[in-house]
Design a protein around this ligand. Structure first.
Ligand SMILES: [Fe+2]
Length: 312
């Protein structure tokens, strides 16, 4: 069962993957960096025939008990780029993460690149600005980012073709990026033996996630898939973050071929009811809706995060 391609964005994404399958110069080199404290994987996506690259979902280290940020993990990415004389054209975020701080502002200052996220980030900004009572000075128009992608928007990394796909469900603003034959679904898909991300964040939803995944699964089977997280899976001892669309379609324990929307929604919602609030949700989200910038310092020079009590 391959979903009939009735949407134009998807048809364009399929054609980008097919072109990449045909010509090696259109296939990106992908270098991945695993951040153990949050099980996040950042990816550097390189054009094989130039010095251009993109960095996807970078991580700023945060020691929560000490309330201290450090740039150790960001420095690994920066050093990788510098030692190879690579030029970061894009700093792509798949969504406003709830489990780690983005390091995009650190990278932008050190190696450049345009910081981009999905245009529906404005919905996430509205939701959390209300919860956090951020006031009128907090812009809810996405202006903290250099660029907001809409569904179907094309972009380039050197000579590589990319397209942004809106894949709501985990959050309302989630984007997947198809670059050559590589797919970066963010949290929309996990490894086939683990399933999918949760769908119970504000503006998320299991039915939306199901449709977003079916859309991604309509890409060619051989498309490489690079995940944003891995938590291992029962019976698996190592972390893995690369798979294929074919494997996701054939074997994903939650959304393999043949699982209907109602069945998925029931299972996902039942599972989500058992999950607690992520440890870093409140700190992370208020940094990430600012494009990864920390809140401005107060008059004593110290920056503060807010913790709403009894509000979640
Ligand atoms: Fe996430």
């Amino acid at each position: 069962m391959k979903t009939r391609i009735s949407d134009r964005t998807l048809a364009e994404a399929v054609s980008i993957v097919q072109q990449a399958n045909e010509y090696a110069v259109r296939r990106p080199l992908v270098e991945s960096f695993f951040h153990a404290p949050t099980s996040t994987i950042s990816h550097i996506v390189r054009d094989p025939s130039s010095d251009s690259c993109a960095v996807i979902d970078s991580v700023l280290d945060f020691d929560q008990p000490a309330s201290r940020t450090t740039e150790t993990s960001a420095d690994l990415l920066i050093q990788y780029l510098r030692t190879r004389s690579l030029r970061a054209e894009w700093l792509l975020e798949t969504h406003a993460h709830a489990d780690h701080f983005s390091a995009a502002p650190v990278l932008r200052e050190q190696v450049g690149g345009r910081l981009a996220i999905g245009e529906r980030i404005t919905v996430v900004q509205e939701t959390f600005a209300a919860l956090l009572n951020l006031g009128a000075s907090f812009a809810r128009d996405g202006s903290q980012f250099d660029h907001l992608f809409h569904d179907g928007e094309r972009f380039m990394i050197g000579g590589l073709d990319g397209i942004a796909l809106h894949v709501p469900g985990h959050t309302p603003a989630c984007m997947a990026y198809v670059i050559g034959d590589a797919v970066f679904p963010g949290d929309t898909l996990f490894m086939p033996d683990y399933g999918t991300a949760r769908c119970d964040f504000p503006g998320g939803g299991a039915a939306a996630l199901y449709r977003s995944i079916r859309r991604l699964q309509a890409l060619p089977d051989e498309s490489r898939v690079f995940l944003c997280h891995d938590y291992k899976a029962p019976g698996r001892d190592n972390f893995v973050w690369e798979t294929t669309i074919g494997a996701e379609r054939a074997t994903n324990i939650y959304v393999r071929e043949g699982v209907g929307e109602a069945e998925f929604v029931a299972r996902r919602e039942a599972r989500d009811k058992t999950l607690g609030v992520p440890a870093l949700l409140l700190p992370s989200i208020q940094v990430n809706i600012r494009g990864g910038r920390l809140p401005d310092p107060e008059d004593n020079g110290v920056r503060y995060l807010k913790l709403p009590l009894n509000a979640l």
